[in-house]
Design a protein around this ligand. Structure first.
Ligand SMILES: Nc1ncnc2c1ncn2[C@@H]1O[C@H](COP(=O)(O)OP(=O)(O)OP(=O)(O)O)[C@@H](O)[C@H]1O
Ligand SMILES: [Mg+2]
Length: 251
């Protein structure tokens, strides 16, 4: 007789396997435009997952829908087990999510350190990284601690945008195209940052156009097309999936 598929009787009650993010049948609209069509994504705690797709596929919209920043949403978005699909953005953030939008959103008139002092601590009980921890992880930012946001290079601004999220205590990071427009040497620095965050147990969802950057970092991949997930596979399947990816993404 087959064991029931959902049986977890052997799992210690104190350590339930819990997904950091479970998106089920998510639909999202901008006004009248129906953009996401039944998106399903599950990310376990500590995983790095990359969302790939061509321009306009719906990757940014997926991150924005998780944060409650689109128009209407339908379906389910569970963050650390809590249903978030009808919560407002600030309540969603307090479930432990940090969103780094493509436009980075750092305060250009403030210094690096002032930017790092601004973020609130989320109500998750997780302490955010201290300024010293941030400077250990991003020595460049320490050197530039008194520089105004506008004076930072693109790479430094990107690191500051991520560092600011780490200050809040968010453990689930949604990163939109962090490598975009940056020189290869800077992108290598971002790859090191992702590895460090993974080693510290952060859960990361990365939207990426830069396949070469994402490929060696991700545990699993999702591919979107026309607001739907059309492929999902693990890093171990990457080689076998290359022909499909070439077709879907032109990589
Ligand atoms: N604010 C908006 N209002 C109406 N439609 C939008 C809005 N933002 C995006 N869209 C549309 O939603 C679709 C998905 O866009 P999205 O920004 O999610 O794509 P993407 O996968 O992030 O690609 P890229 O970043 O390369 O543009 C596109 O057709 C886009 O035109
Ligand atoms: Mg986008």
């Amino acid at each position: 007789m087959n064991a029931p598929a959902t049986s977890n009787v052997h799992m210690p009650a104190s350590q339930p396997a819990r997904a950091a993010l479970e998106i089920a049948d998510l639909q999202a609209w901008y006004g009248e435009s129906h953009i996401l069509h039944n998106v399903n994504i599950t990310v376990q705690q500590g995983e790095v997952v990359t969302l790939l797709g061509r321009n306009g596929a719906g990757r940014t919209t997926t991150l924005r829908a998780i944060m409650g920043l689109t128009g209407a949403r339908k379906g389910s978005i569970r963050i650390n087990g809590t249903e978030a699909v009808s919560l407002p953005t600030h309540r969603i953030a307090h479930l432990g999510v940090g969103y780094c939008p493509e436009e980075r959103g750092i305060f250009s008139s403030l210094s690096t350190e002032e930017n790092l002092l601004l973020p609130p601590t989320l109500k998750t009980g997780e302490k955010g990284m201290s300024i010293d921890e941030i400077y250990d992880m991003f020595p460049n930012l320490k050197e530039r601690r008194n520089s105004q946001g506008t004076r930072l290079s693109g790479g430094e601004q990107q690191m500051l945008a991520v560092a600011r999220i780490l200050r809040t205590g968010a453990r689930l990071l949604l990163l939109d195209e962090i490598s975009e427009g940056l020189a290869p040497v800077i992108v290598q620095g971002l790859a090191r940052m992702i590895r460090m965050l993974k080693a510290k147990g952060y859960t990361i969802v990365m939207v990426e156009q830069n396949f070469r950057f994402a490929a060696p970092l991700a545990d699993r991949f999702y591919v979107m097309e026309h607001g739907q997930i059309v492929e999902t596979f693990a890093a171990s399947e990457l080689n076998a999936k290359m022909p499909v990816l070439t077709e879907l993404l032109g990589v």
